[in-house]
Design a protein around this ligand. Structure first.
Ligand SMILES: [Fe+2]
Ligand SMILES: [Fe+2]
Length: 156
């Protein structure tokens, strides 16, 4: 696939966003008080690293094969129940975790929007599919974060 200047510039933005996302989740996992939340953040860090690799591959002109959609669907199947997401940490620790969660949720919302813009700008149908699949995964990340927040009375 030959990229236009605009497509190239969008992919570079996305590459940078994914790097920031992975770093953010890495830090959040270190800072989180609830061990369950640490696990969630670590899992999402890995997902952002995969996105980074996909975008990097696209920047080099290759559109990766789409197994992403199936994976996203599988993740939907094993979503934990609200009770299993209940945090057992102190009030102060919960407050600190809530801050981390609000921050990553805002980031997911923003990045999802950047993917949406990219889908509209790309010509190659396969590239559009890959970008749309990643956007769907970002929405799924947002859902996981929001679910944890509402299970712990942090979502208003
Ligand atoms: Fe991502
Ligand atoms: Fe994400």
């Amino acid at each position: 696939m030959t990229l236009t200047k605009k497509e190239q510039s969008l992919l570079k933005d996305l590459q940078n966003e994914e790097k920031v996302c992975a770093e953010k989740y890495h830090k959040a996992a270190e800072c989180a008080c609830d061990p369950k939340l640490q696990q969630i953040f670590t899992k999402l860090e890995q997902a952002e690293r995969n996105h980074y690799d996909t975008v990097t591959q696209m920047l080099s002109g290759t559109v990766p094969q789409m197994q992403t959609q199936g994976k996203a669907q599988n993740q939907k199947g094993k979503q934990p129940a609200a009770q299993d997401l209940k945090s057992k940490v102190s009030r102060a620790e919960k407050k600190s975790d809530a801050y981390l969660l609000a921050d990553v949720l805002a980031t997911e919302k923003f990045v999802s929007g950047v993917y949406n813009t990219a889908v509209f700008e790309f010509n190659d149908p396969q590239a559009r599919d890959v970008l749309a699949a990643i956007q769907q995964q970002e929405q799924q990340h947002g859902k996981e974060i929001a679910d944890y927040m509402s299970a712990n009375g942090m979502y208003c």
